[in-house]
Design a protein around this ligand. Structure first.
Ligand code: MSP
Length: 527
């Protein structure tokens, strides 16, 4: 049976347009989706938008439009287009205003109430609209400057609001012990290790029941048994992961296949929303009798001046600002290679330009154009037949095999930057090999023809493996490289198996190679 792989991004708030922090999570999920598809797995990649709650409602109000109108505009003008900008291959896009989502959310909470996990209560305490989160007093920081004397949210540096409401509560406290036991038995369900430790220490402090509805908010999904309350935005949003794969059909038994085919999911999230995904969400699933997520992976933040990049702090950069200049492949490569997944990182124009020039234009791009130029000159544009391999060739063959396997393994532990580095090591080694073997010198002597053919085959076949391994990261340029190598004979690059990319000798002898424009054109300022 084919393994399924269901991967999700957080659903993004539509209070504003996307910045590169949002695009970062989507790119990471896209690379993992493409990688798993190239292992032949049954992949489902979900992303979408979180449209209810106070934050979005207030954004609409301050723009003098109805919340639904505001959401439609932002989704269509900003959030959907950014997926094309970064070349995301998502299989679905869920909006929390979709009817399928509303039905699933109501079915879910009705079930939790029927199962005896919802009680009535009064909430009194601080709330951060930026986080849409009920806060504990101990979480807050003292305000500075204009906010002097006020308790502020540590993420948004803005004063919290004090709420007093009669709500329904989800009995989160009941699930503390089961969650601790589950994570002790399955430590790989929360990654990286720092995230696991954070969640365990939170769980060990004890869990309090948490408000699951709001009476003073109107922009949301009605509580099915009380039309004066809407479901708290996080307890509406988290359910997108289930409603998108037809939880409603699963719950009423009318169509169980989709949910059963894909659940449980791998959730990629920013570390700021780890607790929601690794504590509240699994507790909700336990309460509903459903399997817990396969993995919650908390990645780091893109920082500006040492702080999390955010629109509210006016530090957001739109993905198109970078993609228009460098292209989507370089954007994807840069963010996933330069920042170790799971850690914070800073973006700088100098860094992306430097890596673009050295690693992509001079590294991979140059290798590809040198090869096709030499094949045109010395081999009538055909992939030559290799002769006997010498030790320098064997070294490359071994490196291709080992680094491919290592890259594939790194993906299993979500080490995307490491996987990319293994492939880059092959590029660097082959570039060095070209310099050392100097095919243009061999070409001067007709008696060296067999050696020349062998060297050129080693370069071409290495590039075949590189194209496959880099394809999830840089789908456009590797598709072009695939054509340059005449590798279409092996079928589409999407259909190649990434876990056997390093098996030597796949590129057919005699394949017709093609010269193309540079894979990564030189940047205007370098010209
Ligand atoms: N709507 C909630 C998530 C609900 S999921 C059931 C939310 N939305 S958000 O738009 O504020 O942010 C969502 C995600 O965007 C973060 O978890 C993270 O994955 C990504 N990022 C937003 N800013 C980021 C950075 N500065 N750096 C890296 N990722 C960032 O929270």
């Amino acid at each position: 049976m084919v393994n399924s792989f269901y991967i999700t991004t957080p659903i993004y708030y539509v209070n504003d347009a996307p910045h590169i922090g949002h695009a970062y999570t989507t790119c990471a999920a896209d690379v993992l989706s493409r990688w798993h598809r190239m292992r032949g797995e049954d992949v489902w990649f979900l992303t979408g938008t979180d449209e209810h709650g106070t934050k979005v409602e207030r954004a609409a109000q301050s723009n003098n439009v109805k919340p639904q109108e505001w959401c439609d505009k932002l989704v269509n003008d900003s959030w959907l287009p950014v997926l094309a900008t970064i070349n995301a291959s998502n299989d679905d896009f869920i909006r929390t205003t979709d009817q399928r989502h509303k039905l699933g959310v109501q079915a879910f909470w009705q079930k939790l109430k029927d199962n005896g996990h919802v009680i009535q209560g009064k909430y009194e305490g601080p709330y951060c609209v930026g986080c849409e989160e009920f806060k504990l007093l101990g979480d807050l920081i003292p305000g500075t400057g204009e906010q002097q004397g006020k308790d502020c949210c540590p993420v948004h540096s803005k004063p919290v609001e004090i709420l007093q409401e009669n709500n329904y509560f989800f009995q989160l406290s009941k699930f503390q012990q089961s969650l601790i036991e589950h994570y002790q038995k399955n430590p790989d369900r929360i990654q990286p290790e720092s995230a696991y430790n954070e969640v365990m220490s939170f769980l060990n402090q004890g869990l309090q029941d948490i408000s699951m509805s709001r009476s003073s908010v109107s922009w949301g999904i009605e509580v099915p048994w009380d039309k004066d309350q809407v479901i708290y935005v996080w307890f509406d949003a988290l359910l997108n992961y289930a409603t998108a794969i037809n939880y409603a059909g699963f719950a009423d038994g009318s169509q169980k296949e989709t949910f059963e085919r894909f659940w449980p999911a791998v959730h990629l999230v920013g570390k700021d929303i780890l607790r929601f995904h690794a504590v509240y969400w699994p507790a909700m699933l336990l309460a509903a009798g459903l399997p817990l997520p396969r993995t919650v992976y908390a990645h780091g933040w893109l920082l500006v001046g040492g702080e999390k990049m955010s629109k509210s702090k006016l530090t957001g950069i739109a993905p198109s600002q970078i993609v228009d200049y460098f292209g989507s492949d370089a954007f994807r490569y840069y963010f996933l290679r330069a920042i170790s997944f799971g850690q914070d990182g800073s973006f700088s124009w100098e860094d992306i330009s430097a890596r673009y020039t050295s690693e992509l234009a001079n590294g991979l791009g140059n290798l590809a154009s040198r090869l096709t130029a030499m094949l045109e000159k010395y081999c009538e544009t055909k992939v030559p037949k290799p002769g006997k391999y010498l030790s320098a060739d064997q070294k490359i063959i071994d490196l291709v095999r080992e680094n491919s396997l290592n890259a594939d393994q790194a993906i299993d532990s979500y080490e995307i930057a490491t996987a990319i580095t293994y492939t880059k090591e092959i590029v660097d080694a082959v570039n060095l090999y070209v310099t050392e073997q100097a095919p243009w010198v061999l070409a001067k002597e007709p008696s060296n023809k067999e050696r020349l053919d062998t060297v050129l085959y080693v370069i071409a076949e290495s590039l075949r493996a590189i194209a496959v391994l880099h394809h999830p990261v840089m789908p456009k340029s590797t598709s072009l490289l695939w054509q340059m190598l005449g590798a279409d004979q092996l079928g589409s690059i999407n259909d190649q198996r990434i876990n056997t990319a390093g098996v030597w000798g796949q590129l057919p002898v005699g394949a017709i190679t093609v010269k193309k424009d540079a894979l990564f054109p030189r940047l205007a300022e370098d010209a």
